[in-house]
Design a binder for this molecule. Structure first.
Ligand SMILES: [Zn+2]
Length: 149
């Protein structure tokens, strides 16, 4: 098989694996955010949080106003962190998709399906010299301009 195609295929595979990892990370981040938002709403309604919330946020489970305030601060911080993580992951996904797409453009013919080759120079009757081109069907992409990787 063509070396270029092999190289592109392995690069494509790596990017695809990375994309899957980032997507599953994003799914986890989204459910984390969902959970934090639920806890946040509960504190606004003055409802008790599950023990797991206190453990995760490292806040003592106490009924004092100081403890409640600390809980809110920790929740705010955690939500902010998770949201910024989510944004980063979403940007990475967009970039990975663009890179994956760019990889399928045939590097041989630059997506045109045809390769233009300079054959020779021709002298016209007026003495003017013009280049003569040959247009060849691109074999790497079978003239499609796109590679199926
Ligand atoms: Zn091509």
């Amino acid at each position: 098989m063509d070396q270029t195609l092999l190289r592109l295929r392995s690069e494509h595979l790596l990017l695809k694996e990375r994309l899957q990892k980032v997507q599953s990370h994003l799914a986890k981040t989204n459910s984390k955010l969902e959970q934090l938002s639920t806890w946040f709403r509960a504190t606004e309604m003055n409802e008790p949080l599950p023990d797991e919330a206190y453990a995760e946020l490292k806040v003592p489970k106490q009924e004092t106003w100081q403890a409640k305030r600390l809980l809110r601060l920790k929740l705010d911080g955690a939500i902010e962190r998770v949201e910024s993580e989510k944004n980063k992951l979403e940007i990475e996904i967009v970039n990975l998709r663009q890179n994956l797409d760019a990889l399928t453009v045939c590097p041989n013919c630059h997506g045109t399906g045809t390769i233009t080759r300079l054959m020779e120079y021709e002298r016209l009757e007026g003495g003017q010299i013009v280049p003569k081109f040959e247009y060849v069907f691109c074999e790497l992409c079978s003239g499609k301009g796109k590679l199926s990787l």
